[in-house]
Design a protein around this ligand. Sequence first.
Ligand code: SAM
Length: 230
Amino acid sequence: MKITAITIFPDYFAPLQLSLIGKASQGGVIELRILNLRDFTTDSHHTVDDTPYGGGAGMVMKPEVWGDAIDSVLAEAVGIADLVILTPAGKKFTQAIATQFSKAEHLIFACGRYEGIDSRVTTFYQNQKNLRVHEVSIGDYVLNGGEVAALAITEAVVRLIPGVIGNPDSLVEESHNQAGVVEYPAFTKPPEWRGLKVPEILTSGNHGAIANWRAEQAEIRSQNANREQE
Ligand code: SAM
């Protein structure tokens, strides 16, 4: 899978060289490319923003610069690309969307800053061939930029690509595989820590009873998690 991020802060993506995503990148499972939006400006100040039409606070990212940057990526794209425009006004990112994106050939992240990207960028690319456009939010809060959102989505997506996680069984029972369902609690050695004992059932060797206990615990945690979201 190809992953391209367009940003005015390329350094934000340094963590993608670490851990399992770093290995996937070094091993050729993913091909990462980080583009500096300012390289697509044409003025000596490398301006990427301008004042909003209609007035109001803040600055808006210029469509010409974004257009030139996205066009340059699409010029080299093979097959269908998925352009992910990060915005708090987008569709809420979920495990189901992560699964959908993990089958993509080429994910392109457009990381906004300031008051966001001129809306015509979304409208224009929605009408282009060989491209699917997704406006995506990682939650109901506002970040300063789309980079952290692109990192979160990349991590959630890349770990689903076969071969990235050492033991694929780890993915089977995970939280959110089914909407609204989270995993049972995990314990390891020692059997007692600071007066807290591991639930006896887990050391019983009775696999059926353990599976039942875990299912019950997952149910309780799911109910609590869903209640907290209401
Ligand atoms: N004025 C915008 C609004 O109220 O919807 C917020 C702009 S925000 C300060 C700047 C950029 O951060 C956005 O263009 C987007 O790329 C990114 N961003 C902020 N919050 C986000 C979220 N929850 N999910 C995804 N991207 C986000």
